[in-house]
Design a protein around this ligand. Sequence first.
Ligand SMILES: Nc1nc2c(ncn2[C@@H]2O[C@H](COP(=O)(O)OP(=O)(O)OP(=O)(O)O)[C@@H](O)[C@H]2O)c(=O)[nH]1
Ligand SMILES: [Mg+2]
Length: 320
Amino acid sequence: MSSSSTSGATLADRVLAGDPRAIARAISLIEDDEAAAAGLVGRIFARTGRAYLIGVTGPPGVGKSTLVDRLVSGLRRRLRTVGVVAVDPTSPFSGGAILGDRIRMQMHADDSGVFIRSMATRGHLGGLARTTDEAALVLDAAGKDVVIVETVGVGQDEVEIARTADVTVLVLVPGTGDEVQALKAGIMEIADVFVVNKADREGADRMVASIESTLALESFGEGKWRPPVLKTQATTGQGVSELLETLDRFREASAPQQPERRRGRTAARLREILSAQFGRHLDDHVLGAEERDRIVEAIATRRLDPYTAAADIMRRALNK
Ligand SMILES: Nc1nc2c(ncn2[C@@H]2O[C@H](COP(=O)(O)OP(=O)(O)OP(=O)(O)O)[C@@H](O)[C@H]2O)c(=O)[nH]1
Ligand SMILES: [Mg+2]
């Protein structure tokens, strides 16, 4: 126990010094060991909150990672240090995260101002939102000026992650006009900037128009940011400097709202941590598996209603 907390302290110090091997180790810890991660976060947290957090999301295969690489290069030219957390869908057939990692590591391998880490979509203790959030904290603590979080914007989890960034970029591609309508309900609202990537493909302008017409249905109050729709070609880098300029403009325009946005994220995280801990407290100290089964059975057979059951469990939990 004491040896792990000693090495934890050392690890935190090395993260704060920006040591890439310590960053890698810390992120592995976050993925594998929730309790150790909590200790680490406790040691680095006071030194976080300085990085600007960019969320890049969108359907699978639209070119998010290619675009992120271009953003990294552009940011480096502007002398900003960058950390990337990419949640890539992992498939044993495509190679998923590992392949993406290797390609990108090559591109920025010799640059100590860049740290890129891919994570698998599945198997996150305590959920994907916790892991990406804490990995971003590590990169922030390590002194990266900008942290980019890439997620596949399909599930609610990913939408939540994107929502928590300082700016959210939604990447789409031509020929998915119908999808825009479907996406609208969940993910359209969280976009601060739209990107139609693969602009070399047929239908890019139609896609832009389709997004614009969806946006036209919404009212943007005076002084309120209206999400711009940009075209990029990530494979050649075309449109990327415009995207970077747009991100700068957004950062400036949203500066007054940023503290509020960050507070929202903090509140959500605190809630998540509390509900996870409360759930564990219930499991460990209040309700054994057997009793839980009995209660569930009573509810299923209509001898008990779920609200009365919950109120009773609550009462007992609070008395523990
Ligand atoms: N034609 C064309 N292809 C592109 C462009 N940008 C990316 N691609 C290709 O699209 C494919 C997917 O690119 P990725 O960057 O891996 O896409 P992604 O959105 O990160 O994919 P996931 O993380 O798996 O969801 C690759 O073969 C890229 O080379 C582009 O602007 N034009
Ligand atoms: Mg990707």
